[in-house]
Ligand binder design. Structure first.
Ligand code: SF4
Ligand code: SF4
Length: 425
């Protein structure tokens, strides 16, 4: 072979899998980005996520970096339909590590990643934003922003009161008989800007008979960093999480309420596979991670009282596709008396949030949110229920964009179960 068009380099760098593609196109039929922008997701004849991977070696990263290498949502919708089971999103995350930081991320996204790495800073920012909201400054500042940023305001949730953003106790005792002991992963945004969801989850677990340990210094899971190509930061955060949970041998599971964090933590074994000090510990850690819905279905949910509403459940990609958890949330909802659960047409639609994709590609992300909201609204729900912070905020953004007169409330599954199990007491 005289000219291999970059293939040997791809193999040497661990991307040879991209060239086992048989060009059947099945992945394109499932790719949300391709559905929205078509052939613009690609370069020349190399179309879609797989095409961009191949072109990165045949034509060079300089070309693909500017032509959508950051467009893969990591939704994993293309992996199952692929007859060769090519891990396109996994390779995208790794390939982004080869880009210079300046090419990888715009400034705003870099600020968000830096904040997520430092939960105390995120909490302090939350306090400041809360104060600004109380003084009416947030609305005033928002009104001075360029229209594009004003329109994205729903992506920043209303801040909870500072006492809600405070750390929970290190141990929370069960309400009623003790049945299980679990460790709880608090996360970055869930422990600060969306702290009410964490408190709701802790109450649901405690009412379901769990003693809950909440270790200090957990930090962020690193999912955002891994997805955006900041692999070094992602591995550092993963090691910190593993350290924080290392002395909790009495815990049956490490429970999370965030689909994105759960998917990332279940992949720590892979992320740290070549770290001799952490590879085994990462595998043991990943094996214990459970989504809250997954845990409650197996170990039992407290008695639920009535919630009289019509609800549609939206599957986050990182729960439904990445973790294969679709039945569990619906099973839990089916145990809430009075709740009528209806289905949207497209069960595997991506909301377009994908960590901070909405900040990096607001137009594509907004169009995905619009399509999703149109679909969800066709089910005429009073409540939209989901299990991931990014999806929750993205659906709220989509509803704001739709201009719906009386938009349904968008809540986390654990908030609904908190309401239901609290009502039963
Ligand atoms: S992971 Fe999702 S966005 Fe990325 S190529 Fe696959 S289907 Fe498309
Ligand atoms: S589905 Fe798999 S084999 Fe078919 S074009 Fe996509 S990546 Fe290639």
């Amino acid at each position: 072979v005289l000219v291999d068009n970059g293939r040997r380099r791809a193999v040497a760098q661990g991307f040879g899998e991209a060239f086992s593609c048989i060009s059947c196109g099945a992945c394109l039929n499932h790719c949300p980005v391709y559905a929205v922008i078509g052939d613009k997701y690609g370069v020349t004849t190399h179309i879609g996520g797989i095409g961009l991977l191949q072109a990165s070696f045949t034509s060079g990263l300089d070309l693909t970096a500017g032509q959508g290498l950051s467009l893969c949502l990591n939704c994993r919708a293309c992996v199952d339909p692929c007859p060769v089971r090519i891990d396109t999103p996994g390779m995208h995350a790794r390939l982004r590590e080869h880009l210079p930081a300046g090419q990888r991320l715009p400034g705003l996204a870099r600020v968000v990643l830096a904040l997520a790495r430092r939960v105390p800073l995120m909490r302090a920012a939350g306090w400041a934003l809360y104060g600004a909201e109380r003084l009416g400054l947030r609305r005033m500042v928002q009104s001075k922003l360029p229209p594009r940023l004003q329109e994205m305001a729903p992506l920043l949730p209303p801040m909870p009161a500072p006492r809600e953003m405070a750390r929970p106790p290190a141990v929370i005792e069960p309400i009623g008989p003790h049945k299980h002991t679990v460790a709880f992963f608090s996360g970055c945004v869930m422990s600060t800007w969306l702290a009410p969801v964490n408190w709701a989850t802790l109450r649901v677990l405690a009412r379901s008979g769990c003693r809950i340990r909440v270790p200090r210094r957990q930090g962020c899971c690193g999912a955002l960093h891994h997805h955006m190509g900041a692999g070094g930061a992602a591995r550092k955060l993963a090691r910190r999480v593993i350290n924080a949970f290392s002395r909790l041998d009495d815990c049956e599971a490490i429970v999370t309420n965030s689909a994105g964090c759960g998917a990332a933590m279940k992949e720590y074994a892979e992320l740290l596979h070549d770290d001799p000090r952490y590879a085994d510990r990462a595998a043991a850690f990943s094996a214990r991670v459970r989504d809250a819905s997954e845990f409650l279905v197996v170990h039992g949910l407290a008695q639920a009282g009535p919630v009289r509403a019509r609800a549609v459940y939206f599957d986050p990609c990182h729960l439904g596709i990445a973790q294969g958890i679709t039945k569990e949330p619906r099973w839990l909802l089916s145990h809430v008396p009075g709740l009528k659960v209806v289905e949207a047409q497209r069960r595997e639609a991506c909301c377009g949030s994908a960590g901070i994709f909405n900040l990096v590609h607001p137009e594509v992300s907004g169009r995905l949110a619009d399509l999703l909201v149109e679909d969800l609204m066709a089910a005429a729900p009073e409540l939209i229920v989901t299990s991931n912070p990014g999806c929750l905020l993205q659906v709220r953004w989509g509803l704001a964009r739709s201009g719906a007169d009386r938009p349904p409330e968008v809540i986390h599954l654990m908030e609904l179960l908190d309401h239901a199990t609290g009502a039963a007491r």
